[in-house]
Design a protein around this ligand. Structure first.
Ligand SMILES: [Zn+2]
Ligand SMILES: [Zn+2]
Length: 556
């Protein structure tokens, strides 16, 4: 029976372009997972959207003399184009700027307020006497009290990663005018996280299938005790607080952005014509997977589950596959220093599958991994082209020329041929288990090892050499190779959707590779083959120097 799988993916801030860290962290793994479940016949709902609120966007807008909404719309459009070109197959990629999202967020706010999980309290907030405004987290900067870094913000120090209260900053100043802020009282709403600590701890103890990073971080955080957190801010960009007297304040972005997973499911249901359809992905027992980077764990294993527990009646996350970080050429990725590879730049110069391949086979699943242009070049030429692409191309070209452009009729399989077919079937089975548990790196490695085995098989059988003496043996070996290629187009589909679809057609099949299901579909002997073209292109080594030279340069 088919299973329902809800796939929730971190919401990118619409304040700048996507880079490879985002892709390796959340978007590629979630897409692999969604494609795997779809080809397996499961019902998938995969949602996310651009996070339009929050101070990163208002700061960017002030720097560029634009309205926050303009900045958000610009990057939202760019995100949509990037997903399409990279093949990230969202069922819905919306934004937090919709009326639907505001309404769902306010409903959760009011329900938690009525149940006593949200309360009002007065806090002392930094206030700029020159700008005449309160300074939310990112509008105040100073020296980190923990590590001494001069660029710490009011919410966190990026150098040591510690969360900070604005009052703790040494030498604090307003980011807009550099004046020293004063502290003034302001009334805000707080989420009573402390009320959920014991329930969360009991719940997390049952999640033995989570990755170690999420499990350890969450347990440690909960054992240290939970502090209530303010969920409103003195800003004018964001979702209005649905309570009288709070006109000059907004619901803070970290509270409403996670609600996007629910509001997006509702929006998707509405546009499907069945407004209640979202419920089938949110009821108890449906597995919801939250794909995020490791810097986002607390929001998805503590805060969002606490909000859901307080609200009641909705499924808690089943798994939170948080990836570690991607470094670039051995250094920590930094957008401000432009030590990053930007996705739109990549897509303007290269095909999507080589990047998907490299980031899959080198995915930061259990520890940080490094991206380098040298490795990109090497893995494209030595693995994608040499191991997989050439295998398909030499088999299909030879068959096309020597067997009238049709899948050859095989004779009886010898033990070597039988063993290779058995290995292909085993590969699909073991990949099925790995993909189900979000072990992507291991899964793609087993597919590539099947391609290597097939190359060895062909080296031994040499169908090109024996065709004159023993046409039947040649046809059998080629048929076995074609069958393994048919297995590979399925096995690699979640990772390399573009080349898998192409191979599906080159093998003479119609329609979409996804509709074939997770099985070894033997191409019927006699099936007509189109004229073959290569799956991948070799790259020129010059790119390594060119691309490396772009890193860290000022962008205009
Ligand atoms: Zn620090
Ligand atoms: Zn100021």
């Amino acid at each position: 029976m088919s299973e329902k799988i809800f796939i929730a993916v971190a919401w990118p801030y619409a304040d700048g372009p996507l880079h490879l860290g985002h892709i390796a962290g959340a978007y590629l793994p979630s897409d692999i997972f969604a494609r795997y479940h779809r080809i397996r016949g499961n019902e998938v709902l995969m949602v996310s959207g651009s996070d339009q609120h929050g101070t990163p966007i208002t700061i960017k807008a002030e720097q560029e003399g634009k309205k926050p909404g303009e900045i958000a719309a610009l990057y939202h459009q760019q995100f949509l184009e990037s997903w399409q070109r990279l093949g990230i197959s969202f069922d819905l990629f919306t934004t937090t700027g919709t009326a639907n999202h505001a309404q769902v967020s306010q409903d959760i706010f009011l329900t938690l307020l009525n149940k006593g999980y949200i309360y009002k309290s007065t806090v002392s907030q930094p206030y700029c006497p020159h700008c005449l405004r309160f300074l939310p987290d990112r509008y105040i900067e100073g020296t980190c009290p923990y590590c001494g870094s001069p660029g710490a913000r009011g919410d966190q120090c990026d150098d040591c990663g510690k969360p900070i209260n604005p009052a703790e900053l040494l030498d604090p100043h307003c980011r807009l005018c550099a004046a020293t802020p004063q502290f003034k009282d302001s009334e805000h709403f707080f989420l009573k996280l402390s009320a959920f600590r014991d329930r969360l701890l009991a719940w997390v103890k049952q999640q033995s299938h989570w990755r170690q990073n999420a499990l350890n971080f969450t347990t440690r955080y909960l054992e240290e005790g939970l502090k209530d957190r303010a969920i409103t801010r003195d800003i004018d960009w964001g979702i209005p607080v649905p309570v009288d007297g709070f006109d000059s304040k907004r619901i803070y972005v970290w509270f409403e952005a996670v609600i996007g997973y629910l509001s997006a499911a509702k929006e998707w249901a509405k546009s499907s014509g069945d407004e209640e359809r979202w419920r089938s992905f949110w009821q108890e027992g449906v597995k919801g997977y939250y794909f995020i980077g490791k810097d986002n764990i607390a929001f998805h294993t503590i805060i969002w589950p606490a909000m859901l527990m307080g609200y009641g009646g909705l499924a808690l996350p089943y798994d939170v596959p948080a990836n570690e970080f991607l470094t670039i050429e051995g250094k920590k990725l930094s957008t401000s220093r432009n030590w990053a590879v930007w996705l739109p730049d990549y897509l303007s110069r290269y095909e999507p599958d080589p990047l998907r391949y490299l980031l899959s086979i080198n995915m930061p699943e259990t520890g940080d991994t490094d991206f380098s242009w040298r490795e990109f070049f090497r893995r494209n030429n030595d693995e994608l082209v040499a191991t997989y692409g050439n295998l398909a191309h030499r088999v299909l070209t030879f068959v096309y020329r020597r067997f009238n452009g049709c899948v050859p009729q095989p004779g009886e399989f010898d033990s070597h041929s039988q063993a290779l077919i058995a290995q292909a079937e085993d590969t699909l089975e073991s990949m099925d288990r790995l993909l189900y548990r979000c072990h992507f790196k291991e899964a793609i490695r087993s597919a590539m090892s099947l391609a290597q085995q097939t190359n060895r098989y062909l080296d031994e059988k040499s169908p090109w050499r024996i065709i004159e003496q023993d046409r039947q043996a040649s046809a059998t070996a080629l048929y076995v190779a074609i069958s393994v290629l048919s297995c590979l187009k399925t096995a690699l589909y979640p990772f390399l959707p573009f080349s898998s679809q192409k191979l599906h057609q080159l093998l003479g099949f119609d329609g979409n590779v996804e509709d074939d299901g997770w099985q070894l579909h033997f191409p019927p002997p006699g099936q007509k083959l189109p004229s073959p073209t290569p799956l991948f292109s070799k790259l020129d080594e010059k790119l390594v120097e060119e691309e490396t030279g772009r890193l860290g340069q000022v962008r205009y």
